[in-house]
Design a protein around this ligand. Sequence first.
Ligand SMILES: Nc1ncnc2c1ncn2[C@@H]1O[C@H](COP(=O)(O)OP(=O)(O)OP(=O)(O)O)[C@@H](O)[C@H]1O
Ligand SMILES: [Mg+2]
Length: 405
Amino acid sequence: MIARNTLEALAQRPLSFLSSSWPWRSLGYLLSSAAMGACVAGLGGLLYLLWDVLGPLAVVVLLAVAVVVAWGVSRYELWRLRLVMTVPSADADEQPARPLWSRLKERLRAAGGAREIGYGLLALLVLWWTDLGITLVSLGIPLFLMSAPFQPTASFAVGWAGVLTGMVLLPIAAYPIAAWAGVRAAMAIAVLDPRDSELTQVMESRARLVDAFEVERRRIERDLHDGAQQRLVTLSMKLGLAELDLPPDSLAAQQVREARSQAKQALKELRELIHNIHPQVLTDRGLEPAVQDIAGRSVVPVEVDIVLPERLFAQVESTAYFVVCEALANVAKHSKATRAWVRGRLGDGKLVVEIRDDGVGGADTEAGTGLIGITDRLAVLNGRMFLYSPVGGPTVLRVEIPCNH
Ligand SMILES: Nc1ncnc2c1ncn2[C@@H]1O[C@H](COP(=O)(O)OP(=O)(O)OP(=O)(O)O)[C@@H](O)[C@H]1O
Ligand SMILES: [Mg+2]
């Protein structure tokens, strides 16, 4: 399982969890609460200074300042969420949660509300010292035990028993720290973005419709291949023959030449169309080369990183291919991106493909037929689509397709 936040990381096998960056990120997250403690100390100092000048009125001034500070604290809470969350990614463990927090920030700005100030006050009054307290207790016990040999009263045996116990307890301390960091982050999101906290999961069952669509798609592909394409080839050949029978400099020869070049162009476009419906390279060589092929044609530079240990079921491959085609078409049409990335991995019996761009964001499943088409196709295979696309960018489209069909 690829963890996207601290709580998911906790569910991993102990070795994976402990060797990942999550315990450290959680620790950093909780320690960064010290900044709120500094704010509280600052407010206390301010009260002390103002009291001499203003007397009891200083409390009113302090409350006004505290409201502004609480607002700032809410923003800080959002900013530091990146420490304990990532953008869903095929295997990127280290990606910061920029889309999420920038989206949250946007909402915070738009909401301008009491909830944020209330949460900021709560953080100032209670949460920061709870964070530091839990960290202190979790780390303090093993570290204290490990310092046993340096304590003058401890015998040699007791000292080393302390070190050993401390060394066993130290990794265990990562669990309460990560668990509390996860709960704190979930709490911040629940308060600051109660509607849809993490991902917009778009998953609808349109299986019947898509089945019909799939049948129709195959028919069109076959008709184009066997019908229109063959006719164009014949037409082009016949025009070539007709051209040979005409005097080379005559007007008729020139027109036939033109007609032939147009027939060739139409044939080229038709081949491309058929290729896009189901490219030969996908059938012959699989997903990675097929995606490399479309990435190579994209106007926006695309980096492809697909690593699959084996060929997948044809339907899974063609669905993933369709997703990448549509996503890259969207990148070219709408994103104004300068770069895009496609990543693909197989894990947990699922193919995970992620298409990311550094463009302007704002993708909306309701605004066209492409993204909805992706969910339709995924529905047939019990797959899921996740979309992150805050206004201002970037856009991340992630699909998960079960492979055990
Ligand atoms: N990568 C992206 N960056 C920015 N905006 C996007 C991106 N992808 C999609 N969008 C926005 O989301 C809308 C919906 O995309 P969708 O693919 O469903 O429709 P479309 O591309 O407009 O039309 P169609 O795919 O049906 O030809 C787009 O109109 C566009 O405004
Ligand atoms: Mg589209």
